[in-house]
Design a protein around this ligand. Sequence first.
Ligand SMILES: [Zn+2]
Ligand SMILES: [Zn+2]
Ligand SMILES: [Zn+2]
Ligand SMILES: [Zn+2]
Length: 171
Amino acid sequence: MQAEDVDGRRESGCGAERLKYDSSIQMLSVQPDTKPKGCAGCNRKIKDRYLLKALDKYWHEDCLKCACCDCRLGEVGSTLYTKANLILCRRDYLRLFGVTGNCAACSKLIPAFEMVMRAKDNVYHLDCFACQLCNQRFCVGDKFFLKNNMILCQTDYEEGLMKEGYAPQVR
Ligand SMILES: [Zn+2]
Ligand SMILES: [Zn+2]
Ligand SMILES: [Zn+2]
Ligand SMILES: [Zn+2]
């Protein structure tokens, strides 16, 4: 069977993306003359002088806790991480979910908070995202090609096509 990678001709521009699971926490002071807000953690009214706002909800300072280690997230560094309805501190999040997948070029794991490059279903370390023949790196807007699951620059891709097209006949 002649394996012709149909996706080999698919081309797209580069674009880095950051995987986003984190939300910021705001600490707000409660105005005395406003109606007390309900806490999303314990469902009681917040009568403290300060409350936390996170995930579009309001929380007692004591109620916004990591589901794993119970640390108060309002103090840890004012970022929380959510996944599968869990609210987690950064440390636990990394411990539990800290991997994006394997880099399609070097096959090492990619931690969840690294910038990644994506091409089709593959993810790559930023450093690994280069033409796998000539190691040319790509800039935003450059074209790259996926051929037999290899990243190729335009030059190498076209050269590959030429070779295929003009392969010498075996006598
Ligand atoms: Zn509460
Ligand atoms: Zn924790
Ligand atoms: Zn890699
Ligand atoms: Zn190349």
